[in-house]
Write a protein that binds this ligand. Structure first.
Ligand SMILES: N[C@@H](CCC(=O)N[C@@H](CS)C(=O)NCC(=O)O)C(=O)O
Length: 268
């Protein structure tokens, strides 16, 4: 599938049959944040990506088959994104995807995982509260009752607890940025860019959608961006957000990532 101006997406079967190259699944036009984040990580690392269509959840009306059956057969899970590299095993979790990107990154690209183990612990700790189970994105997903929310444990009790958890991570990040600022650093950990900055800046889109110069509007992402904008107005989240968080997000995305984001789909 190829749009006139957009990037090309190959099928999952094509991706699985390839023996070389780095192939990552996406939903064209969507700011599916884990895919966006991995794309940004690979951009910083100078790893060229081949984009692959991620099959949608649900049953194919024509065949009656689970649309994700082939994905499950290949990767033993169905989450977005999955990442294939050469003939290696597929990677489905951010920590493994990050380690791979760091290993195959271009010579001279920034090192996103610090050599220093103390700093490394900080990087992985921050990434885990943002992206891991019961972290910020996890809780953002169960703010509403959707099939995806159900997959991640939506219940009335979980939904009620979610805004405070989202806000707690946002304010943790803000305190950290403040402390770093006092030490003269614009970054979340140490003195240089790390994976924590790239992952957080991308994931923060879910509570603080950036302008179209950074995240263009598409037919596919309009609803999601409206939802993200509503998240930013949840009182505890609004209280936790700050100019510092916005400045950091904009700085990281415009300085280190490809902007406007290249999403495919149908631009509006
Ligand atoms: N497995 C990923 C998380 C990615 C993820 O949660 N993706 C969601 C979309 S936001 C998804 O595809 N969920 C559907 C599923 O897991 O089947 C990781 O831990 O890095």
């Amino acid at each position: 599938m190829q749009t006139s101006s957009g990037p090309e997406f190959i099928s999952l079967d094509e991706a699985a049959a390839m023996k070389t190259g780095t192939r990552v699944t996406f939903v064209p036009g969507m700011p599916a944040v884990y895919s966006e984040a991995l794309k940004n990580i690979c951009f910083v690392k100078g790893v060229p990506l081949i984009r692959v269509l991620h099959p949608h959840m649900g049953i194919d009306k024509a065949t009656g088959e689970d649309r994700q059956a082939r994905l499950y057969e290949l990767t033993s899970q169905t989450g977005l994104p999955t990442m294939f590299h050469n003939e290696e095993r597929p990677r489905n979790v951010w920590s493994e995807q990050l380690a791979l990107a760091e290993r195959i990154g271009a010579t001279g690209s920034p090192s996103l995982i610090p050599d220093d183990f103390e700093l490394r612990a900080e990087v992985f700790g921050l990434c885990a509260v943002v992206m891991g189970e019961d972290g910020m994105v996890w809780n953002m997903r169960i703010l509403i009752d959707t099939p995806l929310g159900r997959k991640y444990g939506y219940s009335e009790a979980a939904c009620t607890a979610a805004p405070d958890k989202v806000a707690a991570v946002v304010s943790l990040i803000d305190r950290r940025l403040e402390a770093q600022e006092q030490r003269g650093s614009r970054y979340l950990v140490g003195e240089t860019l790390t994976a924590a900055d790239v992952y957080w800046a991308t994931m923060s889109i879910t509570v603080l959608p950036p302008p179209p110069e950074i995240m263009p509007l598409t037919r596919q992402n309009k609803k999601a961006l409206e939802y993200f904008a509503m998240n930013s107005e949840i009182p505890v989240v609004a209280e936790a957000l700050s100019q510092r968080i916005e400045d950091h997000q904009r700085y990281i995305l415009t300085t280190y990532c490809e902007t406007p984001a290249v999403l495919g789909g149908d631009p509006l």
